[in-house]
Design a protein around this ligand. Structure first.
Ligand SMILES: Nc1nc2c(ncn2[C@@H]2O[C@H](COP(=O)(O)OP(=O)(O)OP(=O)(O)O)[C@@H](O)[C@H]2O)c(=O)[nH]1
Ligand SMILES: [Mg+2]
Length: 422
């Protein structure tokens, strides 16, 4: 009995000085409003998390804040409305690993939601699926952290909540625990102090228990990440060798074609037209910024470094559509793309975005739409990876090695791939 009292008071002392926080949350399609990393910087009072690029890896930082030893783990965000299977496997591994970066486990998860963010119904399922990555009762350890770059009064926040059934649902799951953080006001330390107090109240109410973490899962994850990095490095070396040999072959005599003909193929909104513009060095194709998708195959010509260049852009298919589900019109346009540049393209650029996983359904979609052409097309295809800002500190090879669909595509193209840097 005496012992129990002793450990309880010791636990209380520990918890009053140590706070372990994991920042979690989704990501917006435009990546515009900064969320988790900025909130982490405000909480710790220092620029310890890089906000200039996407967080692709869970990272831990520690500072003394208001006499507490505060540990914050920042994590990659997922698409708010997309199911978990669409989240790249690399991100899922990193999200899972976050709780192992603050042993023995986090006291609190801060679910970061920008105040102005519209949250449709689909967010609920996506959130539940992503929280399952933690194998724990996350909601009972969660505070919703609203962020904005402008001040927001309690009334404004309440009115915002009143108009969003999804926000109401999230808050209900989290026992209505919430806090607002103005992430552009570093001077306002009071907002941080109040947040720490709310976290301490939660810890007290949870009986001073932190979120339980399966240590064996941590070891498995670390091994998985090590193996993946090794495989990625092997592929990288192999690709470098392959490219070097190819260059030698080109230098070794065969004359380059003075007219290069390329066709862009891929799923909707993967950045085909944008990539076409990068290749052409000018805005040759209309980019879909506001619903203006490419509906017809279009041809454009240019001279780049003294060589004639012809690029054909084509309509995309919905990323999980079967061939049958794609409209006849789109199918005809995609099929005819290769005929627009007679006698045929030198290369087909299969555009694949790095922001979502290429799971079985996406892969089937790619395979079926590529079957609009002759099987031989694969011999002339190279993968053009887009949305490279999604990579953050990760390499494209790490993405490939973590994603079976990508492996299939890249292997089918005999390791021919490039990454479009925006
Ligand atoms: N974050 C990010 N956005 C990109 C990138 N490339 C293109 N986009 C954006 O993605 C959207 C679609 O780009 P498009 O180039 O029109 O894509 P598309 O595949 O031609 O689209 P559809 O013709 O509708 O199939 C636009 O808002 C682009 O600005 C990229 O590398 N990173
Ligand atoms: Mg387009």
């Amino acid at each position: 009995m005496a012992c129990l009292t002793c450990s309880s008071s010791q636990a209380q002392r520990n918890h009053s000085t140590q706070l372990r926080i994991v920042l979690i949350g989704g990501r917006e399609s435009n990546g515009g409003l900064k969320g988790k990393s900025s909130a982490g910087n405000i909480i710790l009072g220092q620029n310890v998390f890089d906000t200039s690029r996407r967080t692709a890896q869970s990272e831990v930082r520690q500072q003394e804040v208001f006499s507490r030893q505060v540990t914050v783990v920042d994590t990659p965000g997922w698409w708010w409305v997309y199911p978990r299977e669409d989240t790249p496997k690399l991100d899922q591994i990193e999200i899972q690993n976050s709780v192992h970066l603050c042993p023995p486990g986090p006291h609190v998860f801060l679910l970061v939601i920008p105040v102005g963010l519209y949250l449709p119904e689909l967010v609920k399922a996506s959130l539940k699926q992503h929280l399952e990555l933690f194998n724990a009762d996350v909601f009972s350890h969660t505070i919703v952290l609203f962020t904005a770059i402008d001040p927001c009064s309690d009334e404004e926040l309440e009115s915002r909540i009143r108009t969003s059934p999804v926000l109401q649902w999230i808050l209900q799951q989290c026992g209505n625990r919430k806090h607002f953080l103005n992430i552009s006001n570093r001077e306002d330390r009071d907002q941080v102090k109040k947040l720490l107090e709310k976290i301490e109240t939660l810890i007290t109410n949870n009986g001073f228990r932190h979120c339980s973490v399966d240590r064996r899962q941590g070891e498995t994850l670390r091994k998985e990440m090590r193996d993946l990095t090794e495989r990625a490095s092997k592929r990288f070396d192999q690709v470098q060798k392959q490219r070097k040999n190819l260059k030698l072959q080109i230098q070794g005599g065969r004359t380059q074609s003075q007219h290069l003909r390329l066709v862009l193929i891929g799923a909707e909104l993967e950045g085909k037209s944008s990539a076409g513009n990068t290749i052409m060095g000018r805005p040759a194709f209309c980019v879909n910024n506001s619903g203006s998708r490419t509906t017809h195959s279009e041809i454009s010509h240019s001279v780049v470094e003294g060589r004639r260049l012809t690029v054909v852009d084509s309509p995309g298919w919905f990323y999980i559509n079967t061939l049958q589900e794609t409209s006849e019109m789109d199918k005809l346009e995609i099929e005819s793309s290769v005929n627009l540049c007679p006698p045929g393209p030198h290369a087909v650029l299969l555009v694949v975005g790095l922001e979502t996983a290429t799971h079985a359904t996406c892969l089937r979609s790619v395979q079926e739409h590529m079957s609009l052409f002759r099987e031989e097309i694969w011999k002339h295809t190279l993968v053009l990876f887009t949305m490279s800002d999604w990579l953050g500190t990760k390499t494209v090879e790490e993405h490939i090695e973590s994603d079976e669909g990508l492996q299939w595509i890249v292997n089918k193209c005999e390791n021919r791939y490039v990454v479009r840097i925006r």
